[in-house]
Ligand binder design. Sequence first.
Ligand code: ADP
Ligand code: MG
Length: 354
Amino acid sequence: MLSLAGVTVRFGDRKAPRTALDAVDLEIAEHEIVCVLGPSGSGKSTLLRVVAGLQDVDGGRVSLDGADQAGVPVHRRGVGLMFQDHQLFPQRDVGGNVAFGLRMRGVSRDEQARRVEELLDLVGLPGARGRAVSSLSGGEQQRVALARALAPRPRLLMLDEPLGQLDRSLRERLVVELRGLFGRLGTTVLAVTHDQGEAFALADRVVVMRDGRIAQTGTPLEVWQRPASAFVARFLGFDNVVPATVSGAFADTPWGRISVPAGSAQGAVTLLVRPGGVRLSPAPDPAAGLRCTVEARTFRGSRVVVVLRPDAVPVPVPLPLLEAECDVREAPLEGAEVGVTFAVEDVMVLAPAG
Ligand code: ADP
Ligand code: MG
């Protein structure tokens, strides 16, 4: 449905150009929910603006349903765009906001009213038509903005950090609602966010961006289980990422020699250990593995993430810290001395190094 081929956008003057999008290729199928995930400045908003026709490209092509969009103005592309900060019209009531796109298209008043009611039901705000925008909570404003974007039945709905301003619990609830809603409507969605939780909960497919390039594409499960690079792994919140050298079934790492899964890439690699696979045992015990001191503990629900500082002897340079995830009841106290071993199924070789 949507196809980007080699899309490139540069900002700044010719002497010091900044590449916001660097030869981006991306395909989105009808009914698919794709979420672009990346840190601030990675080019996410620019990507949406290009598809919407709000930003010219320096190279490449955007097609919708097979038609090249070069020269097609914003209002003829049939895309809906919802920005981070809702941008509702404060002087119009809820109904006036939702009907905006319909009015622009010359839809009759009766049809506008019908469609507004239908959409407000859909987003969980039945009967809110006459309310003032200023009387709405952040979550309600977000729903109105969504209803407004959906009203003209866009063939592609684009969301820019749609839940960014809302508090966490509301965000977590809304993202599940949104996914259900888009599924029922069969909406094709291109969303962008810097929040991995949001991306993973919303998307059929996640596209990780870094500096205007696509770093990885896959289902949430694929990306989560197999980050393509140290960058992606760290961006997803994995901290146990180190350079290593793999030879056969073992890797030499800053934390010592550890087993790697069969079939792992050989040679110089980046290696990841999931925190759940960092096993702790009370030291001293000759078989306890790498000796570490517990530096900090963070509660995450019923689990505790323990930050471990490997004891420096006999290595002269500080070793990278380790994160272990354990059950609340088993988590050692700050300052405790523990031995660390690694569960091979939680060791992942991300090839190649870099
Ligand atoms: P994101 O949405 O991922 O935070 P953006 O697409 O907004 O990233 O920006 C990508 C890069 O392009 C950034 O370095 C940003 O400063 C730059 N940029 C974006 N818009 C403009 C603009 N209108 N003029 C100059 N630089 C811009
Ligand atoms: Mg942005």
